[in-house]
Design a protein. Structure first.
Lengths: 401, 401
């Protein structure tokens, strides 16, 4: 019954949103971008994430921390204490994770609307999914047009295992979805500052109802209750969708006829040419695209055998494969995917064994998704610098001696 | 070349080791065993594992900590801070993980023996495997014959993702394995107390060379460098083999013609009838057997919908399926396996949705491996209380109100 009202799955190729915009000057592969050169001196971890691995994180602000490219390792899982953090407004008080099962979620747009406590939601079903979580602006630091927002490089992304109740099971338990609903709209439990119009700051996002197939209300991440920083006690998880849509501290879940009218949806997270204002007619940062980056070696390596590795994912569809170039894209070799396949929404570690003589190498990776979409060489700029997946900007220069 | 000298893979059915021993009285399902009743008051975490999640652990001694049955969650991964710890002798000083890449491993039984640093080993290959890590004595607390050793219940086990270099790649890099080698023998880097015959305490274990197919020298666990407590900077990982064989702080790896003669191999970890001494002729605790246990609900539940879940694994082979009983084994229903299949050596979360009326239920799970081996109802005692996988003792009594 729930499945009958799906609308066609829409995935926007972000590049299409900036048609007609002059391509940015090709960046010099491996050269530090302005953002890299400006990497701030280490700031202390904010109190609510004091348990993070400080050595692994770049602290941009108290609400924005990214994983260092050197700290992704070789394993498909990103530990929670190395996972990036991006909060649009400060998280709620941590008292909300003291009694997790007592947290209430309100449901609307179902035949029997009402509220349910987390403790009861947990008994309605169980699912587990490994998925890439990635900020819309990951890679912003590789653009040269000085977009506003954190200058993320590669580290506003991670691959984690969520578990919780399938959203479809919750909807069924509440009598099924009401007629005519085309969107899933999640509302976060952040406290809205007084004197501010809530619509200008609240975290409320809508995605096409097709996302219901894989959506879950997640209580656990990587085998533990979700921390406050990552959305505990309950987070709306939409595998394949950019981070912003995965609403933390979920306090309301509505099946709606239209997208929410809050700022973050109407004009925020919209892809448009540089200089334009956001508008509902522009593509929203919903489904992710194919992407990869090398994580080793990054700067220097000894001559002889070396394992060139990194991470790759298909975005909203499965990963087909990854190629690696050690000559800046002149030639490519297929890399090997290692470790268990955690499913279509997860990333995989890729590796290419090489034997490098002394010299300088520009190492790049290029992933292709199941439908055959490959990372482009260049990625044109867009006003807010979203969705960069161009392989050339993500390449690294490595000196072998 | 390396593969030519494999000997047939041997897997001992542990029960066979105790033939002729009178079966223990059937335990009362769900009733607390002596061990459970004696669960000690919470001891503080030892300093070297002060980073563990204290609420999730039962501290038996400074070298033996298990995960509480209440803390496995619904996710297939056991976080490192909830993973059981079992050290035979105290771990080395943590200075050995300060410069991980500098740690040296000695290799013998290859055509070009020598030492290699971790930094160089990492460049020889890359593999990742999810695997159950389980102490030989997990379940000892369910036996009634008062065997010596920690009274582990279900928590001396976890499921983790390792990554590192395939041992076969290392052997190839060192000229291949010397002729006539039938065992992989790993030696740990623990400091041997002065005045003690090293052979009586050192951690050195041999396994059949058939284990080479899946063996790795692991540097990472769950996406991070392996902690000292779990064997960093490098651990020999033998997927499908009991924990003891997965030698921590690996300082020597030898391909040998015979099993090592140290006590832990000759007479330790041998399965024999109660009252008998250990001897090399008895089965060694090598490959694991099929096993499962429920982790929710454990004692009480509200009436109405409930998700009965737990973990299950095939041991040294893949898991085929799991059945759940809510009436103490009178009737069984197939459970659903949830989440990504992490490979044959990993465990999976199983779930059976039920709708329970007030009353008392004895909930049991029974896993079957790919070859059709199922958990037995009863598991006969053996001197050291190894390898318990009987489903009745692992059942729980749950009161629904």
């Amino acid at each position: 019954m729930i499945r009958q009202i799906e609308i066609p799955r829409r995935r926007f190729l972000i590049a299409a949103g900036s048609t007609g915009v002059a391509a940015a000057l090709p960046p010099i592969a491996g050269a530090p971008s302005q953002a890299q050169a400006q990497t701030p001196a280490a700031k202390p971890l904010p109190a609510y994430v004091s348990w993070k691995d400080a050595d692994a994180m770049i602290v941009h602000t108290s609400n924005t921390l990214e994983t260092k490219r050197t700290h992704f390792g070789t394993n498909p899982i990103t530990p929670e204490d190395r996972l990036y953090v991006r909060n649009n407004i400060p998280p709620p008080n941590d008292s909300i994770v003291a009694d997790r099962d007592a947290w209430e979620v309100e449901f609307e747009g179902v035949r029997k609307p009402g509220t349910m406590k987390v403790g009861a939601l947990k008994e309605l079903g169980l699912t587990t999914v490994a998925a890439v979580l990635q900020c819309s602006g990951n890679g912003r630091g590789f653009f040269s047009h000085k977009a506003s927002g954190s200058p993320w490089l590669v580290g506003a992304a991670g691959n984690v295992i969520w578990s919780g109740v399938p959203l479809s099971a919750v909807a069924e338990a509440m009598g099924g979805i009401a007629d005519g609903r085309k969107f899933i709209t999640g509302t976060g439990g952040e406290e809205i500052p007084k004197g501010v119009d809530p619509k200008t700051v609240m975290v409320e996002r809508s995605v096409p109802i097709a996302a219901l197939d894989d959506a879950l209300l997640a209580f656990e991440i990587n085998g533990k209750p979700i921390s406050l920083a990552h959305g505990g006690p309950v987070r709306l998880v939409l595998p394949g969708y950019y981070g912003i849509n995965n609403v933390k501290y979920l306090k309301k879940l509505a099946f709606t006829e239209a997208e929410t009218s809050v700022k973050i949806q109407r004009t925020g997270y919209r892809v448009r040419p540089v200089g334009q204002k956001g508008a509902p007619s522009q593509p929203s940062m919903w489904e992710m695209t194919v992407k990869s980056w090398v994580t080793h070696p990054l700067k220097a390596s000894n001559d002889g055998p070396v394992q060139i590795y990194g991470v790759a994912f298909g975005g909203a569809e499965a990963l087909k494969g990854v190629e690696v170039s050690i000559d800046g894209g002149k030639s490519w070799k297929p890399a090997k995917l290692v470790g268990p396949d955690l499913g279509k929404f997860a990333w995989r570690t890729f590796v290419l064994a090489a034997n490098l003589k002394p010299g300088t190498y520009t190492i790049a990776s290029r992933a292709t998704s199941a439908s055959g979409e490959a990372q482009p060489e260049e990625f044109p700029p867009n006003e807010r610098a979203y969705g960069h997946n161009g392989w050339r900007a993500h390449a690294v220069d490595v000196t072998v001696s």
